[in-house]
Design a binder for this molecule. Sequence first.
Ligand code: CA
Length: 342
Amino acid sequence: MSKQPGQQRPSPISATVDFDAEGVQHGFLKLPISNDESAWGAVMIPVTVVKRGEGPTALLTGGNHGDEYEGITALQKLSSRLRAEDVQGRVIIVPMMNTPACTVGRRTSSMDGGNLNRSFPGDPDGSVTEKIADYFTRVLVPMSDVVLDLHSGGRTLDIIPFAASHVLDDADQQRRALEGAKAFGAPYAIMMFELDAEALFDTAVERQGKIFVATELGGGGTSTPESLAITERGIDNFLVHYGLVEGELQAPAEPQIYLDMPDASCYVQSEHTGLLELTVALGDPVTEGQVIARVYDMTRSGVAPIEYRAGRDGVLAARRFPASVNMGDTIAVIAEVVESLG
Ligand code: CA
C-alpha cells in the first residue's frame, strides 16, 4: 500500500551541513541505526556543499551502486577541488549515495541487501536503503534544479562511456535534459526509453520536473585514466552547461555517436554456464548473425563451444566483464547507431 507523501513522517536522516550557508562545507548525512555493532550508531554518508550567491542547484551523485568507481572517484576528487569562488549557485556532491554498498565495494547494501536504484521513491520507515532513497526524494531533489547521476558497469559489466537522457512526457524537460547529456561530452550519447522505471532515482527526479542526466562510464569494478578523464570532463561540462561554473565546454576527443537500444534484440543473455570469450571489443561494429561470443564447457576439454550471435546490426555497447559466465547473465548489449558526428 503506498502512502501519500503528506502522510509520511520527516526523514530520520539529518545533515551535518547547512545547505543554505555560503562557502564550502564537508559533512555527512547521518542515518540513525541500532544493531549489534553499534547500539546508538549512524550510517555516515559523506556530502559536500559548495554555495556562492544566487543561482541554480546541481546535485551530483555517485555510488548509487557501490562498485561503480568512475563516478565515486571523480566526485571525491571534485569535492576537494571545487572552491566557492568557482561556483554561481549551489553544488551538492554525494559521491557515495549508497555508502553501505560502497564501503564493501558491492552493487547492493551490506546492511540490508538493498539495490538503491530499485528503492525509489523510498520510505522513511523502511529499510536503510529505502530511508536513503526517501531522503533524496523528499529533501535533496526538491532543493535541486539539475541532477547528474554517475553510473558505470560495476564488477560484472563493462560499458562504453555515454551520457543518457530519457523520453519524457514534458517536451521542454526532455529537451533540456538531452542538451545536458550532449554537453557532458562523452564519446557516446543515448536517448533512453525506460521500460521498468518505477523504482529508479531517474523517475523520482523527473516526476518533480527536475532535469536528470545519467551516465555509464566503463566498469569492471575499477576505473582507468581514460574513463576518469571522460567522467571528470563530463562533470565540468555539466556544471558549465547549466550555469553553475563559468567556462568553456571541453569537447570530446572522439566523435559523438548517438545510440539507441530500442528492444530486447539488443540484449544477448547466456543460456549456458562456463567460460566466456568475447570475439568483439567494446565499441566495435557488429552485424546481425555475426558470432560475438563463445561459451566453453569448463568440465572437459575437446568440446566445441556454444556460439552466441548478434541479434541485430549495431555496436557492442556493453559486455560481461568476468570471464566466468552463468546461465541468465547478460553477455553483451548491442546498440543501434542513430547518428555519428565527425
Ligand atoms: Ca549502475
